[in-house]
Design a protein around this ligand. Structure first.
Ligand code: GLA
Ligand code: ZN
Length: 648
């Protein structure tokens, strides 16, 4: 495991550079990331480049054997570029250029911006192609699938539609445009969602394509950069740092041609008072690992109290700095780079704390970071190990977009049911993969397919096949609702999943923030919320029924034997303990080994490979946890991680 820091030499007086690098070396830092916002220092005026300062700091790191991740600086074009080429600025939904002065204002298709981006990337990659310290390139920074409303981008969108549908008639048909007299008779009539109306007022079929296009367009921009880097620096790894943002790109397509996934990991530092609230960052880590189904990096890791555009939140408690880095390792991160070395003293982010405070006096958090660096060097035995899972949860960008376009009921959001299942499986100490729905299902015993809302025929077919040949599949409410164009399917719900689940939804009740009572066959009682699919169990066995509302007595959760496997249908959203009960039953029936009796939020994962098996036990709570695991008494301090090499 390697530990690194994000470093911004351009923010600090040169007199600090060597001192910082010395302290990094002494502390055990092995990687620094630099450059993503420094374009104005690399090209102070059009065509005038200055990399001498970067050469200098690169050499300082090289002398200390600290590796470097260099970033393309395209997130922040210099002001001269925006001044000379005002069209390089993104156009907003009001049809006007957005205000500059922050960062990331660029249009991904503007020819002047692209030309200048290509030039700076060419210059940088050529200059550092043979620099021995460069171990990877990061493209831009936290790219979002933003949609720019300029004429060029609209033209690109129309082109994308032409390629997808061939004719305007096909677009009209796919979108059902005869609603509200929305039929197009010419391509030019296709306009983005201008104005201030919520997106939910626009045709959802159009909006889904609009999102798909925005993602493809961002990926085109990533590819443009990757090609230049590959040409000039063959053999050096390429990534981009991603996160869960407002305009999420399709993660799977984004990283298809890149070498590894990197993620910006900021676990929350306030432990919620409501124990129903999900807070572990393990879910996000598993999703990141699932993008390429391989180990990944953290490119920005929690280092201090966060704040700036939002009021500041709790400073990381003792052991969080170290514990959360090791939690990332436990879920497949091989390198963890902390954001940032020192807290900025200027700019909007001056209260998003780094490892060292404004005072420049290393304190408690830094000491913990130093311990982490020391421990990382003793963890060589983990190299080459990976997470292997028998349980997978399916994620899809289409569903992500479609639920954002049309929120289904108050409080419901796409990731929540995934997180609830993830938490329940984690309760039993087993590894969980979160994978794209287009990935192969081989090797899994259980697949959780929550809210399969926008239908992809191929995925449906593979889920039938998986279950038929002995797998267990868990389906939930809002499945089979839409076709691939985000139009409703005219057939009883869950439409394409009806035979697999052996149930039919008689009617549904979006109860939002209200609750419903549920009763299992053994008499145990739980609360449901958000949504109630009132089920008619045709072939399936009823596991739980509603115990309130006008559908009291009707089925809520069912189990169906399909071929050699089992298909579960969960018609409502429950409290955490409901998932614990259900998941335990499913694990038993699916013959997956698990650990019973772990305290809540104590996470156990296994990494294996190279003839080794390593167990990670993480106390993700702010209480001391004492418990027994396979006959051994364990006592873990808050946010403490225990790493153990097991006998194979
Ligand atoms: C993101 C960005 C960083 C910085 C941090 C903290 O992760 O990539 O540049 O803005 O958030 O604010
Ligand atoms: Zn544009």
């Amino acid at each position: 495991m390697k530990i690194g820091v994000d470093y911004y030499p351009e923010h600090w007086d040169k007199a600090l550079w060597e001192k910082d690098a010395d302290l990094m070396q002494k502390t055990g830092v092995e990687v620094v990331r630099m450059g993503e916002f420094a374009w104005c220092r690399f090209e102070p005026a059009e065509g005038e480049y200055d990399f001498t300062w970067l050469d200098e700091i690169m050499d300082i790191f090289a002398e200390r054997k600290i590796d470097v991740v260099l970033c393309t600086p395209t997130n922040c074009p210099p002001l001269w570029l925006y001044e000379k080429y005002p069209d390089a600025v993104m156009t907003g939904r009001d049809g006007h250029k957005i205000a500059t002065g922050i960062r990331g204002h660029r249009c991904y298709n503007n020819p002047d911006f692209i030309r200048h981006s290509k030039q700076i990337i060419e210059k940088m990659t050529r200059r550092y192609a043979n620099h021995k310290s460069v171990i990877a390139w990061q493209i831009d920074n936290e790219l979002e699938a933003n949609f720019c409303h300029c004429e060029i981008c609209i033209g690109e969108f129309r082109q994308w539609l032409k390629e997808k549908y061939g004719s305007i008639e096909a677009v009209n048909k796919a979108y059902g445009n005869n609603m509200w007299s929305g039929e197009y008779s010419a391509w030019e009539q296709i306009k983005p969602a201008y104005g201030s109306h919520p997106y939910a007022w626009f045709n959802p079929s159009f909006m889904l394509d609009f999102n798909r296009y925005a993602s493809d367009n961002m990926i085109k921009y990533v590819k443009m950069q990757a090609e230049i880097i590959r040409k000039n620096c063959p053999g050096t790894m390429i990534t981009t740092n991603t996160w869960f943002c407002e305009n999420m790109p399709d993660f799977y397509k984004t990283f298809q041609d890149l070498d590894f996934v990197s993620y910006d990991n900021y676990p929350i530092t306030k432990i919620p008072e409501n124990s129903e609230e999900y807070y572990s960052h393990a879910f996000h880590l598993d999703l990141m690992r699932g993008i390429k189904r391989q180990n990944f990096w953290i490119m920005e890791q929690l280092s201090g109290g966060m704040g700036c555009w939002m009021p500041m939140v709790h400073t990381p408690r003792p052991r969080m700095i170290k514990g959360y880095s090791l939690q990332a390792l436990a879920h497949g991160a091989d390198t963890v780079v902390h954001f940032r070395w020192r807290t900025a003293v200027s700019g909007a982010e001056m209260f998003w704390h780094g490892l060292i405070d404004h005072s420049n006096v290393p304190g408690r958090r830094f000491d913990e970071f130093a311990q982490l660096c020391k421990q990382a060097k003793e963890l060589d035995f983990i190299d080459g190990t990976e997470i292997k899972s028998q349980v997978a949860i399916l994620y899809s960008s289409d569903n992500e977009y479609a639920f954002k376009i049309q929120p289904q009921t108050r409080g419901m959001y796409y990731l929540e049911q995934m997180k609830l299942f993830h938490a329940a499986f984690s309760r039993y100490g087993i590894n969980v993969d979160i994978i794209g729905q287009h990935e192969a299902f081989d090797g899994y015993k259980i697949i959780v397919a929550p809210q399969m809302y926008v239908t992809d025929e191929d995925v449906v077919k593979r889920l039938y096949e998986f279950t038929k040949t002995g797998g267990s599949v868990i389906l939930t409410n809002r499945s089979g609702v839409k076709d691939e164009n985000n139009k409703c399917i005219m057939s009883p719900l869950p439409t394409v999943f009806k035979n697999l689940a052996g149930v039919c939804v008689e009617e549904y009740d979006p109860i939002g923030e209200d609750t419903v009572a549920l009763r299992f066959a053994d008499g145990s009682e739980y609360k449901g919320r958000q949504w109630c699919d009132v089920l008619c169990a045709e072939n399936a066995k009823v596991l739980a029924t509603y115990d309130s509302q006008f559908y009291k007595g009707k089925a809520a959760i069912t189990e169906n034997v399909y071929g050699e496997g089992l298909a579960y249908y969960v018609g409502t959203v429950g409290e955490k303990k409901l998932y614990n009960k259900l998941v335990k039953e499913i694990l038993l029936k699916s013959k997956v080994d698990f650990i019973d009796g772990l305290p809540e939020n104590v996470e156990v994962t296994i990494r294996e490979g190279n003839g080794k098996k390593v167990r990670f036990i993480f106390n993700d709570t702010d209480n001391m946890q004492t418990f027994s695991l396979k006959g051994k008494e364990l006592c873990l301090a808050p946010f403490e991680m225990q790493i153990e090499l097991l006998d194979k």
